[in-house]
Design a protein around this ligand. Structure first.
Ligand code: SF4
Length: 376
């Protein structure tokens, strides 16, 4: 089977598209392999575009095994688009808690409201209308439409970028414009006439189970004999590795301000990490010479909340990462000694027993579990 290679001076291109005989064989093999090997996942038992949409959003940046439980709980709480649209954002975030990238949840919620307001609560079928919804880009729209009703839509995401790069022996950077154009074009050309949804899922499954980033399982791959990267032994070089993230270290302090059986929580603003979620007052650890750390944290707490506090013991240090930041977070107890909260409803006293009802950041939840039992 010919995998034609263009004699080209475009070193980024690396390969021409395979011929139609290659395409036909590839489609047959990949579909047959998927029929035998598809994992039984809850979102694969339905063609309801709403359920597929929720699964696709959750699967962005999150592993399948983690998503399964969240997906089932979410659909139990909000079985339809109308139920999701009618929910309070806090409820939605509470169900999303721990999945991270909370913007996804807020956009899902916002999009459900658009669908109710503009499409009578039915998921739209027009590509433009789908892509106009908050949080839905070209990939997600293609996944929903192809899996939901076999629309002839290609998909390109982390798994298929890797699979296609290898099938084309593409030596350029697949994240750059030229690479994206080439791979989207291949994703379109390679589509079969029927069973588009199945085919797209098969490609993603191949990428997640066989054609994995490091040490792909070429010996089990159904398209091994069609793959130039396998033939050339270039699996470690294709696709071009992503540039390494440069991490920045940050030192922060969280303060559990307590008065009896209540503590102070603050809702993160729209431009902050964890926008919409609740957290304990948190400050960069200052490095100002002169004042002690406790004086500085007491002053910062007063500025933020209006309350006078006396800093107590350090309860723990939590190390965690958020995007490119590696954060060392020192957690302190503090007693309320005077003053009242202002009118800002995003800073409030919360009963310790009611913390479970609030959507908290992951570290916020960890901090809530540090509160000594004696105060419960
Ligand atoms: S043969 Fe190997 S590199 Fe090629 S598609 Fe299959 S798993 Fe990926």
């Amino acid at each position: 089977m010919a995998h034609n290679r263009r004699n080209t001076s475009d070193s980024q291109a690396g390969s021409e598209f395979p011929d139609s005989a290659w395409m036909a064989l590839f489609r047959r093999r990949i579909l047959a392999w998927f029929r035998r090997n598809a994992r039984d996942l809850p979102w694969r038992r339905t063609r309801d575009p709403y359920a597929i949409w929720v699964s696709e959003i959750m699967l962005q940046q999150t592993q399948v095994v983690t998503v399964i439980g969240y997906f089932e709980r979410f659909l139990t709480a909000f079985p339809s688009i109308a139920d999701l649209a009618a929910a309070d954002e806090q409820e939605v975030l509470r169900l999303w808690e721990g999945l991270g990238y909370y913007r996804r949840a807020r956009q899902l919620h916002a999009a459900a409201r658009v669908i109710v307001a503009e499409h009578q609560g039915r998921f739209p079928r027009e590509p433009q209308q789908i892509r106009a919804l908050p949080g839905i880009g070209r990939y997600t729209a293609g996944a929903i439409a192809s899996i939901g009703w076999d629309a002839r839509e290609p998909i390109l995401e982390a798994n298929t970028i890797r699979v296609f790069s290898r099938l084309l022996a593409y030596r350029g950077d697949p994240q750059k414009n030229a690479g994206q154009q080439r791979l989207w074009e291949f994703a379109t050309r390679v589509l079969p006439k029927r069973e588009i949804g199945l085919f797209n899922q098969a490609l993603m499954e191949l990428g997640s189970e066989i054609c994995v980033p490091r040490g792909p399982r070429c010996d089990q791959c159904p398209v091994r004999t069609l793959c130039p990267t396998f033939r050339l032994g270039l699996q470690d070089e294709i696709p071009l590795p992503k540039r390494k993230t440069k991490y920045e270290d940050r030192h922060e302090a969280a303060v559990i301000v307590r008065r009896g059986d209540r503590v102070v929580l603050r809702r993160c603003g729209p431009d902050e990490r964890w926008a919409g979620l609740w957290d304990f007052p948190r400050f960069p650890v200052p490095a100002r010479p002169g004042d002690s750390l406790s004086q500085q944290l007491e002053r910062a707490s007063k500025q933020l909340t209006g309350l006078q506090v006396r800093l107590g013991r350090q309860l723990a240090t939590i190390k965690h990462g958020v995007t490119r930041f590696r954060i060392t977070l020192d957690c302190y107890e503090a007693d309320w000694t005077g003053g009242r909260l202002g009118r800002n409803r995003d800073i409030r006293w919360v009963e310790i027993a009611a913390l479970e009802d609030y959507p908290l950041s992951v570290t916020g939840r960890q901090i809530s579990r540090l509160i000594p039992p004696a105060s419960l």
